[in-house]
Structure formats: C-alpha cells, structure tokens
Design a protein around this ligand. Structure first.
Ligand code: GTP
Ligand code: MG
Length: 589
C-alpha cells in the first residue's frame, strides 16, 4: 500500500464574501506546490471532490506520529491530509456543518479584516461551539489595509477577536492575518497570496486527531456521486461513524435501495476497509447517480425515519427573544432540515437538579409543561417566561432546571441517525438584520417512528400542567361539611373532581364530595372538622351577606350589599397530563 496518510477535516466558515473560497484555493495551491518542490510524488491530491471540498497534504507533524515502538512499523514518510470543507451560503451552510459536525476536526473562521465580526461570522462561531473542538481565526484581505497602518490595524482586530472569543469555548484560540487573494477578483493570477505558509504551519500545529471509533453503525455523508461504465456507481464522501469493508451491504436510505460494496479507494489507492473520519470513494453495484447528489449511505436499517422526536434543548444565548411552546422552527436533524413545531418541558419540581442525561429519554418520569424555554439568570426573556408560567400555575419559583426538553413534531418525516445533533433556527429571518438565526440545539434522544405517534406514543409521555382553581365557601352545612362555589363553571362535570383535596384559606383540608345543585356549587367534606375559629368567621361573614341579600325585593340595594367581612377561600391544585386523552385531573401535592 502507498504511504500512510492521516485525514483531518477542516471547516472553512465565515460571513459571505469574507474570502473562504479564495482561502481554500490559496491553501491547496500553496501546499501542493511546496510539496511538489520537495517530492514530486506527493502532488497527488486525494479524491477530487465536489465544489466546496478540496484538500492538501503536508508531512505528518511530529506531534501526530505514534510514539516509537507503539503499533506497527511507522511509514517512512507519513503524510497528513487536510480536507477543507468550504462552506457556502446561508441555509446550506448550517446543513453542511451539522452534516459534517462529527468530522470537522477544526474550524477556520474567516473574517474580513476591514469589517470585523459580521452577523454570519457570529452564527459560524455559534455552530463552531456546538460542533467543533478547535478554532483558528483567519483575518483575511489584509492587502486592503493602508500600508503605513497595516500592522496597527491587524493588531487592533486581533485584540477585538480575542475579546469576542473570551466568552466562548474557543477562548485563547490563535488569530492570524493573511491575504488570500491580494488585489481582489481583478488582480492577475500571478499575484501571490500572503501569509499562507504561516497559516499552514499554524494549522498543522493546532490539529489533533480525535479518536476514530470503528464501532457503531456505518454512516457516510456523500458529497459526490457518478457512474463508471461497466463497474458501478461511485459515491465519495466522509465516514461519519462506524466502518465499512469490501463486500458489505450498504443502504441508500433516500432511494430505499441496498447495494454491495464492490471496491473502495482512499487517496486513489484501493483499500479493503475504512473507518470514521476517512475520506472514501466507494463503488457499488449500479444505480442512477443522478438520483443522489448528496446524501447519506449507511449500514442497512441503521437510520430511522421519524415523525416526531424528544430532544434535549439548550437555548443559543445570542438568539433574541423567547423560545415559545407551539412555535415553529426550522429543525436540522442529522442531514435534513424541515419545519417542526416544539413543545418545551422540564423536570418535575422535585428533580430540578438532576444531572442532564444526553443519551436517552426516561419515559418513567414525570415532566412539567413549559409555556416556553426557561433561561437562567437575569435575562429579560426569563422574567417573561416566569410570568407566563406563573399564569399557568407553575411552581418553579424562578429556578432554572438543569435540563430542558422539547417534543418536536415534524411537518414531514426525517431520516436520521440515533442521538444525532438537532439545531433549531429561524432561517426565514431577515439575513440582513443583525440577529442570530440559530435558536437552540440539542440531541435527538428518542424518535417517534409511528405515523400515528399521537395516539400510540404520546400518551406514555407524562408531561403535565399544574392547574390551580380558586373558589369560596358559600356556607357551612355542619361541623364537617361546607358548600363551595365559584370554583367550577356551571357546565363543569364536577363528578371528575370528586375525591380531590381542597385547601380552605382558614387552614382546613377538605375533599370534594359531590355536586350541589345545578349551578356549579359543590359539597366539601372536611374530615378533621371545622375549627371553632373558622366557624365563627364563616358564620359571621355569611350572616351579613344573608341579611343584606334577603328577599328578591332587596335587589335595588344590591350595590350597597356589604362584602363578606372575611371570605373564606377554597383552592384546588391538580395536574393535568397534556397527552391524556381523558383529560383526567390528578391530585398534586
Ligand atoms: N482584496 C482582496 N480581495 C479578496 C481577498 N480574498 C478574497 N477576496 C475577494 O473577495 C471576494 C469574495 O471572495 P470569496 O472567496 O468568493 O468569498 P467567500 O467567503 O467564499 O464568499 P461566499 O462563499 O459567497 O460566502 C472575491 O471577489 C475575492 O476576489 C483578499 O485577500 N484580498
Ligand atoms: Mg465561497
């Protein structure tokens, strides 16, 4: 086999026109020429790919070489292949990045040095924080800075960027100036890029290769597909998880077909197997390549198609405004983006502090419905949310749970791997408005595959709303019973509430016993009996009321009827499960 190569994937992201494509081109050419100078055979550039993918290689840096004696005999001249994933315009950018989330080992954030951070640079930074571990900031177009003030301007922008990164997980990441295409589009091709060898050196020193995991189901993101007469159809792409070997059966879920792997190539060299992170060309028995531009290929039946999903949710702090239950978002799940409607919920109040669980959803627990996502800290949206939830009778007392979830109902089914990344965004928002379109991210914990999930699965999801009803005692029947009113409407079926506990504002506990008459009144049994104190309050208050209200003739005076001195309230707290078809009321503590 030819010299060993290690592949890493570097995302090139940034605001529109910051020079991402120019940079990818400059990197590829410079690196190849340099390599060409030293060793002609290394000019080979790996698989040539669709637009947006390019690559270059450099000698494998010392920090990535296995320690002497470890593993098989080291190759004489091992190389590091850097695959650049040049991300295009908006919506597709998000898809590309999420698609490549598991394989982008490092992100280059390209900033136009004359403009600084722009709306999409911020969005890229957000995506980077969700999907990547490492970052290099590239200040491009330094040729546009006035000659005498160049260094000062670069220093200023470098400081600014360092400050921006301070509040992110990329704190302290390197910032480097370049000019990928000095002179811009009209400059002659002979105009050499500036700062590229330094950037290559920096990238090489920053790159680390994450542990690739060959276990787990095979999944590959395909970026190019073509047929070779007499041989079959070739798909090129990057392995996102698992491994693949010659003779394996693979599924193309979008086409619902299974094909056999006839041959495979990495860097133009035949191979018999490949693992996560590898860039690969895979030849299978014939199918029409036009049907699959980009997409997924996987181990048969390893992906699932879901109509709704339970996901863990974290709000993206830069997103302005609240995340409201029932709102619609663009939901990117694995490699697809569809519209979805969300319902937020959190842990029951007694398990607010449970550690987040990011690999499963526990149906045996109870959860509290939320009108919206709850934000910690003095966020105006949080205050707003607290109010809305207070109205709904929720009782978190301003505390923010450790983990929140959402039920997402998709407008059309999506095919995705298990536990894949989910990003909710508002891609329809004005791209010129200076706001972050990315709203939340999370992990798909449980997919609902049944088309009739609303009947088959949702009733097992125990999300409840806490309800409170308030009424008053109308009169005392005897030491152990009172008549209440104003708790229910006339048409309420009080039978449903029989047996639920109510609290009297005088302290006694009562139990709803039966309806009383037809007007929504009800009888309450007070097992412990009314205290003499309460009886006094009730009878004196009610006497006054009785006197003033006596006889229909008294009606004109009604406006002057004295309010009961001290009305005695009745309150009822209960849970109602959002997906309970019978709308049962269940006593809450
Ligand atoms: N002066 C100058 N112009 C540059 C430089 N790099 C790129 N440009 C010009 O900036 C424009 C945009 O460059 P691209 O590389 O297409 O930018 P991009 O970020 O890939 O753009 P999108 O993919 O559309 O988001 C082109 O006209 C380039 O010629 C540079 O270093 N200096
Ligand atoms: Mg571009």
């Amino acid at each position: 086999m030819a010299g060993r190569r290690v592949n890493v994937n570097v995302g090139v992201l940034g605001h529109i026109d910051s020079g991402k494509t120019a940079l990818a081109r400059a990197l590829s050419t410079t690196a190849s020429t340099a390599a060409f100078d030293k060793q002609p055979q290394s000019r080979e550039r790996g698989i040539t790919l669709d637009l947006g993918f390019s690559c270059f290689s450099v000698p494998l840096p010392a920090h990535l070489r296995p320690a002497p004696g470890a593993g098989p005999e080291p190759e004489p001249e091992p190389r590091l292949q850097v695959t650049l994933v040049d991300c295009p315009g908006h919506a597709s950018l998000i898809r590309t990045i999420i698609g490549g989330a598991q394989i982008i080992d490092l992100m280059m954030l390209v900033i136009d040095v004359t403009k600084g951070m722009q709306t999409q640079s911020a969005e890229c930074l957000v995506i980077g924080q969700i999907a990547c571990q490492k970052l290099v900031v590239v200040l491009n177009k330094t040729d546009l800075l006035p000659e005498g003030k160049k260094q000062a301007a670069i220093d200023r922008m470098t400081k600014k960027m360092q400050k921006t990164l301070e509040s992110t997980k990329f704190r302290g990441a390197p910032v480097i100036p370049v000019a990928a295409k000095p002179g811009g589009p009209d400059a002659p091709e002979t105009e050499a890029p500036q700062g590229i060898p330094e950037l290559i050196e920096l990238l090489t020193s920053q790159i680390s290769i994450p542990t690739r995991d060959p276990s787990g189901p095979f999944l590959m993101s395909v970026d190019h597909c073509f047929s070779i007469k007499g041989q079959g159809t070739v798909m090129t792409g990057t392995i996102l998880s698992g491994s693949v070997s010659l003779g394996d059966s693979v599924e193309i879920p979008a086409l619902k077909v299974v094909r056999k792997v006839k041959s495979m190539q990495m860097f133009h060299t035949p191979v018999s197997s490949a693992v996560q992170g590898d860039r690969l060309g895979i030849c299978v028995t014939q199918f029409d390549p036009k049907l699959l531009e980009r997409g997924l290929v996987c181990a048969p039946e390893s992906l699932h198609t879901v109509h709704a999903a339970l996901i863990s949710v974290e709000k993206i702090p830069y997103f302005r405004g609240p995340l409201q239950t029932k709102a619609k978002f663009h939901i990117t799940v694995g490699h697809e983006t569809v519209m979805g409607r969300v319902m937020f919920f959190g842990p029951a109040p007694d398990s607010l502090d449970r550690e987040p669980v990011l690999d499963s959803f526990d149906f045996s627990r109870e959860y509290l419905f939320q009108e919206q996502y709850l934000c910690p800290g003095p966020d105006p949206a949080a205050a707003h949310a607290a109010k809305a939830d207070e109205k709904a009778g929720q009782v978190l007392a301003g505390r923010c749970p450790q983990q929140q979830w959402a039920l997402v109902e998709f407008e059309k089914p999506v095919t995705c791997p298990r536990l894949c990344l989910v990003i909710g965004s508002r891609l329809d928002a004005d791209i010129h408005a200076n706001t972050c379109r990315l709203a939340f991210h999370g992990v798909l914990l449980h997919g609902l595959e049944d088309r009739n999930y609303a009947e088959s699965a949702l009733p097992t999801l125990r999300v409840y709303k806490l309800k409170q009803k308030h009424g008053v005692v109308e009169r005392v029947l005897d030491d152990h019973s009172v008549i209440g009113r104003s708790l229910f409407k006339k048409e309420t079926n009080i039978q449903l509430f029989v047996g639920l506990r109510v609290q009297l504002s005088t302290g006694e506990l009562g139990v709803i016993d039966s309806a009383f008459g037809q007007s929504g009144k009800f009888k309450v049994h007070v097992p412990g009996g009314l205290s003499p104190e309460s009886k006094k309050i009730l009878t004196s208050a009610l006497k006054k009321r009785g006197r003033a209200g006596r006889g229909e003739a008294a009606k004109p005076e009604e406006a002057e009827r004295p309010e009961p001195a001290q009305p005695v309230g009745l309150s009822l707290s209960f849970k109602r499960y959002v997906f309970d078809a019978h709308k049962r009321m269940v006593q809450s503590p």
